[in-house]
Design a binder for this molecule. Sequence first.
Ligand code: SF4
Ligand code: SF4
Length: 367
Amino acid sequence: MALGIKLENVTVGHATNITTKYTLVILGFMSASIYYKLGKKDLQRFLDVVASKMEVFVPVKSGEGFNFLKMEKGQEVDISGYVNTEFPAKGIFMPDGETLVSYGNKSICEVFDDTRRAIFGIRPCDMHAIMVLDKAMLGHGDVEGHYKERRDNTLIIALECSKAGENCFCESMETDELREGFDLLFTENGKEYHVEVGSDKGMELVKAARSFFKKSGKMSATAEVGCKKVIDTLELPAVMKKAASSKIWKDVAERCLSCASCTAACPTCFCFSLKHEPDISDLRKGVVKREMDYCMLLRFSRVAGNVVFRQHRAERLKQFFYHKLVYGLENDGKQHCVGCGRCITECMAKIDITEEVAKVREKYGKK
Ligand code: SF4
Ligand code: SF4
């Protein structure tokens, strides 16, 4: 770690009595990336060391696919055949059913989870998705404290992709590359992982298992993952806006089941409701819980006075697509679709965001 020094001009006092002070601010930051190698045969031992210090979540095969599950003591981590998890890591940062507030006879308190965790195997697109969640939960002047507590205490050990899944289109969304956000970034390289250290916390993990790591230089750029699906993002928000009243949304809604699987699986969908659960044996006690909520459900748009502001499936489906491909870029400067392809994989009606955008592009925005 390098220490940077900056002179900060701080003005204090009332308008009639202004004093200017120069303050030395010591900045702690990783000045340049540090690289290591870890033999694949040592991955398990490294994760065991991490698990002796904190909870570790790893991709675990369950049924057809992988999902992030807590690594149990002595559990062997097998990621052969792993492309990505069925459900993203957002469930670790904002679990469905999490208790946020608890109250009793004369007390009320917020409940925070400060368990130290590490997640191994987050793919680049999902790290981009976590950055979208960070912006939504922490970045607009209001901080969602429960999310922050979990996020601050969770280390990200990201894992570069070597091959795209059937429905991935991360290359179109420019989320196949990762340059920030991670604590450690692993890249497969033959019998080894190339490891880039992204933070001081990541460095601490390397130090804790130092005997397994060898110093290394920067690795040359990784190969393209070869996505079969594509979205043409050139001026996409403007093109999508031209299609705001298009029949395309009605047509696709004919097939939509309003099941909300797409929104549940999407790593950047963060909407939730608060559920009040009084203790029916003593109504002076109770809890308030987070319940994930989904804009694809009719009940989501039902507000006071029994007004439903998105009555039709077409309106809800359009909202989902526009949130991902228009509003995110406008509000946060970053697309809220990271091209993970989960909404395509999970949709029983085989609705495919890349195909619908291609229809919009064909009709409203030929280059
Ligand atoms: S909209 Fe679909 S492809 Fe885009 S981030 Fe969400 S689940 Fe992934
Ligand atoms: S998963 Fe498919 S069918 Fe279900 S709400 Fe989403 S688009 Fe509609």
